[in-house]
Design a protein around this ligand. Structure first.
Ligand code: CO
Length: 212
């Protein structure tokens, strides 16, 4: 059996296992989804959202792209946030980056990557925003890891810039936005505890949309 046929075999086994454990598993999911989390992660094959969070189908709404970016003009990511926050009413929005991110590594190199240029330029902009801190880190790997963390932080701020998040938070006190980093080398997730209070104190007046 080749790897293509194997996935259908895997799928049949997965259905059997889930149905054996819980006969109504798929019936329940067919009726509705009620995820508590929106997970915005990297498309990297080593960062499977449900698996690393130990969550079942129906428990996490997922958006993934190269380097877990939340670009303000990206209709794709913005639609996901609009739906997850405005309609599914998720309690938590997680931006999850990962150490060893190829997208961030590429953005640290002077190279023309075609269509990827404007996408990865978002990360170069994160570097520019935090240039003083990053340039002061002599060790290249430590600087790379820090840029990965700061990129997560800035994408969290991009989530907070959206009207739907501001409006829903104003009304209900959620969603709570979190920045997480996943380490592909050991499988562990870490909450970066992004200091939103301090960040927002500086920029809130700029991005406040006066939602009601
Ligand atoms: Co990545």
């Amino acid at each position: 059996m080749n790897n293509y046929e194997q996935v259908f075999e895997n799928n049949r086994k997965w259905v059997e296992e889930n149905t054996a454990r819980d006969p109504d598993f798929f019936k329940r999911l067919a009726d509705q989804q009620n995820p508590a989390f929106l997970f915005i992660g990297c498309a990297d094959s080593r960062v499977p959202a449900n698996e690393i969070m130990g969550l079942q189908p129906g428990e996490v709404f997922v958006h993934r792209n190269v380097a877990n970016l939340v670009v303000n003009t990206d209709i794709n990511a913005q639609s996901v946030i609009e739906y997850a926050v405005g309609h599914l009413d998720v309690e938590h929005v997680v931006v999850c980056g990962h150490y060893g991110c190829g997208g961030v590594a590429a953005a640290m190199q002077p190279a023309d990557l075609g269509l990827l240029n404007p996408w990865l330029r978002e990360i170069r902009d994160v570097y520019r925003t935090h240039q003083e801190e990053l340039d002061a880190i002599a060790d290249e790997d430590a600087r790379y890891r820090r840029l990965i963390e700061l990129n997560i932080q800035e994408q969290c701020v991009n989530v907070i810039k959206t009207a739907v998040v501001q409006k829903t938070y104003f009304k209900t006190g959620h969603p709570i936005v979190h920045g997480w980093v996943y380490d592909v080398a050991n499988g562990l997730l870490r909450d970066l505890n992004v200091p939103f209070k301090g960040i927002l104190a500086d920029i809130q007046k700029i991005y406040d949309l006066q939602v009601e």
